[in-house]
Design a binder for this molecule. Structure first.
Ligand code: ZN
Length: 306
């Protein structure tokens, strides 16, 4: 990527072209005046729910949460996974068509076979994507149980200088229940971030996303960031981390602002646009101007070595 003046970077955007078509999507990016956008692939597979063991566990969890129509819930989840899936090639094509403005992060589902994981990593390398997105909620994996495949992924990241974008916190719909999202608690990452010191792990949502319990694993995320300098964060879907004093003070005191990245999660968060989110943050964030500039772009520039 050629060097240029990069000041405003959105590190977390989903090119869900079935939700927002390509033209609208590009218009939104233009409107927000972003210098650089990191597009995130999501390797999701509704077919996974056809596995009898997975389905049984899913239905048991539904019953535990007093969800009466478990089969309908199963159907909704299938639809969500279908809709949320973004192929690495889609991201690769958008980056190829807009090389001055887009960078892409690929995705691989660690629940699948080791040979599948290896194939996907090859694909990510071939497409020139800058990292790997993992999402234990929608990919239904437990980070400790999938150690072998995660190590394959992190070895790849270390060898090829790729970053890891790792979902932490809850997720919409059934995953609002911590029972469904517990695999996305940052505490399960400690052994990996310790072992892979040369790999930068970005904890998406800083452990905090939850509509029922905002800031659900914020504390755990902060602890990890305090201990390991290769742990970074994005504030996508949780802009209140920059707006509410009880969060900004903790970040300021315990981690500082050098490893915090702006992300919008567009278009996943409804009723919001990237430009209005940025204006709102400019107006109401608790950060000093210097720290604000770091979060909105300068940190990303440093992370990406631009
Ligand atoms: Zn997201």
């Amino acid at each position: 990527m050629e060097k240029k003046n990069v000041e405003l970077v959105d590190f977390h955007v989903h090119p869900l072209l079935n939700v927002v078509n390509e033209k609208e999507f590009l218009k939104e990016v233009e409107k927000a005046n972003l210098d650089l956008v990191v597009l995130v692939a999501l390797d999701l597979d509704p077919g996974f729910l056809e596995d009898w063991c997975v389905r049984r566990k899913f239905l048991e969890d539904c019953l535990e949460l007093n969800i009466c129509d478990c089969l309908q819930a199963l159907d909704t989840v299938r639809r969500m996974l279908n809709m949320g899936h973004v192929d690495n090639n889609v991201v690769g094509k958008l980056v190829k068509d807009n090389p001055r403005r887009f960078l892409g992060i690929g995705s691989v589902n660690p629940c699948k076979s080791l040979s599948y994981v290896k194939e996907k990593l090859k694909e990510i390398k071939k497409l020139g994507l800058i990292g790997v997105k993992l999402i234990p909620t929608l990919q239904f994996f437990n980070p400790l149980r999938e150690e072998k495949k995660l190590k394959e992924i992190f070895d790849f990241c270390e060898e090829h200088d790729k970053i890891v974008l790792y979902h932490t916190g809850c997720d919409p719909y059934l995953w609002e229940a911590p029972r469904f999202s517990e695999n996305a608690n940052p505490i399960y990452l400690e052994s990996y971030v310790r072992e892979y010191k040369n790999v930068k792990f970005i904890l998406a949502h800083m452990g905090s996303y939850s509509s029922k319990y905002p800031g659900i694993w914020f504390r755990e995320a902060v602890e990890l960031g305090k201990k390991y300098s290769n742990v970074w964060f994005d504030v996508s879907a949780v802009p209140y981390l920059l707006l509410e004093k009880n969060y900004t003070e903790i970040i300021h005191r315990e981690i500082g602002w050098d490893r915090i990245l702006f992300g919008s999660d567009y278009p996943v968060v409804y009723n919001s646009s990237i430009s209005s989110l940025i204006s709102y943050l400019e107006k109401y964030s608790y950060l000093s101007e210097k720290d604000f500039c770091k979060v909105m772009g300068l940190n990303a520039v440093r992370l990406l070595g631009l």
